[in-house]
Design a protein around this ligand. Sequence first.
Ligand code: COA
Length: 307
Amino acid sequence: MIGKIYGTGIYAPSNIMDNHTLAQKVDTNDTWIRERTGIVRRHIIEDDTTVSMASKAAKEALETSQVRAEEVDFTLVSTISSNIILPCVACEVQKEIGAVNATCFDLNAACTGFLFAYNTAQAYIASKIFQTVLIIGAETLSGMVDWTDRNTCILFGDGAGAVVLKGEEGGLFSTVTHSSGKQGAALTCVPGGYIKMDGHAVFRFAVKEVSQCIQELLEKENLSSEDIDYFVLHQANRRIVESVAKRLETDLEKFPMNLQEYGNTSSASIPLLLNQMNRSGLLKKGNKIVMAGFGAGLSWGASLLEW
Ligand code: COA
């Protein structure tokens, strides 16, 4: 059995902070941010929380999947920015949406979180423990950045994305994942503190490891990048995506992006992008997609799926 994506849903706060507004808070400017990152604006919570955003994205994903909340037997939330420690976000979502039959827990793998959550769901589905799975990536990074630190605050935003997976015979799933704790100092945050980052180190790591990891996955499956319709990368920086495309000698058109709209939303970025591709009609049945995540840990990975 392999989990097939039945539907997607998102929630992004309506409050938008563009680069010009941000430049009033910290010493930066629109041109610099666009040129170095591709980011134009980000959505920032006002009344929402990680839990409320996760719940709204989950409801939309269930609706588009035509799956009832009671049918969900596993809810997995990837987040590093919960507004509560106990209970976990997944249990709060369960309560909110009425997924009374679901087993619920959270996962923390930063910006690789959605990818690892997707793989976890696939493992449970393959072993026939769960069959209908709701995966959510939800983040309020606006509460984790120092708004006076221009090295980090320009990059991040808030949002949530969800997908519903149902076990089916056939389909495609393969993955390659890695972690390297010894490089962890490059991207950190202590409780009550702010995200601290060695931007150059993280940039180099992302370009090198993500390209290699995708190559590893393609080789494992005896595929070339020509066989892949879309590469859905974690949305951190336009230049990272461009560099990965270049290393894979693949047309940038196969690398959709929406970081210009949301900034880096950590584990929400891949489902936000998948939803956009799905709703805009870009994705066609049978499309082969490689999703790739990377971030704090350091951790990274790539997974192959068929739409
Ligand atoms: N606005 C204006 N100027 C800025 C700036 C900002 N927000 N941040 C840095 N600068 C300045 C620097 O002071 C430096 O000036 P100098 O040349 O006079 O010393 C210059 O711009 C270049 O800084 P640098 O840090 O070399 O820029 P960069 O091209 O490496 O871009 C990042 C910085 C953070 C955008 C980039 O390193 C990056 O994206 N790294 C990966 C981060 C990431 O994706 N993290 C999450 C992974 S999940």
